[in-house]
Design a protein around this ligand. Sequence first.
Ligand code: CP
Length: 319
Amino acid sequence: MKRLANWNHKHLIGLEHLEREELEVIHETARSFRQTLGRPVKKLPSLRGKTIVNLFMEPSTRTRLAFELAAKRLSADIISIIGQASSLTKGETLKDTALNVQALNADMIVLRHSSAGSPLYLSQVVDVPVISAGDGAHEHPTQGLLDSFTLRDHLGELEGKKITILGDILFSRVARSNVFALTKLGAQVTLAGPSTLVPHDFTNLGVEVSHDLKAALADADAVMLLRIQHERQSSTHFPSLGEYTSMFGLNEHRVSWLKPNAIIMHPGPVNRGVEIDSTLADSKRSVILDQVTNGLAIRMAVLYLCSTASDFRKKELAQ
Ligand code: CP
């Protein structure tokens, strides 16, 4: 297996510490895998003989399915373990779970967990590559990769492009990974929403913060909507969902504030009628399902690149 230039990471924990060139390598690899997805025979032999275990300790539809399909398209075997149906419910630790997975000769672990930092921790206790599928409010790296990939499809190079991310930024791992990816790719990012969910501190990440929805939408080339992350909020950050929708929901009136060609994105799951009107989620401006399709190619690229880097290291150590 040949190691690709500009990629030597065995794990993918987040996007914060990746270089722009590394993001571009993942995008290029995903682009070439995407070309194969429309073929009558979709399987490639790239990861034949490998076994991947999906450890999903939080609910997921898109990410889990995309990782499963990505592994199958690359001819790897993949098994998913769902937290509620595992021995974690009997008191077993995440570390012991992962060590047991490794003892069964898994070659790679994909982890979604409610605790920020759990993929990094796991990468320090097992020998196999660990890929984060989202950890608490920390990062969701493959989402940031597929969103920036989708944006490049629709807007071309992102240098100077204006991207507004609107909604629950404070509790959003998607927002963080997107901020890291998009700013490295040269985009100007504005985080918008109520001040309780979009604190001024985020300007430290090299982005603008706005509580003025009209201004935040007016010059955007794309708006990415985020749902309210009830599962991570221990206290109330706005009076009611209805109040949030009336102040910050994207509706037919507010969409007219956008430039005519601006696109609408959402990582899913969409709460129709809360952060976005149903008609807009289904409108021509919406690229929400393109994001999902691109998520498959991105996960194929990440599994392939990390597995290849890991094998390359093992070979070097053996010499
Ligand atoms: N975008 C995303 O992570 O969706 P799921 O929670 O369904 O995986």
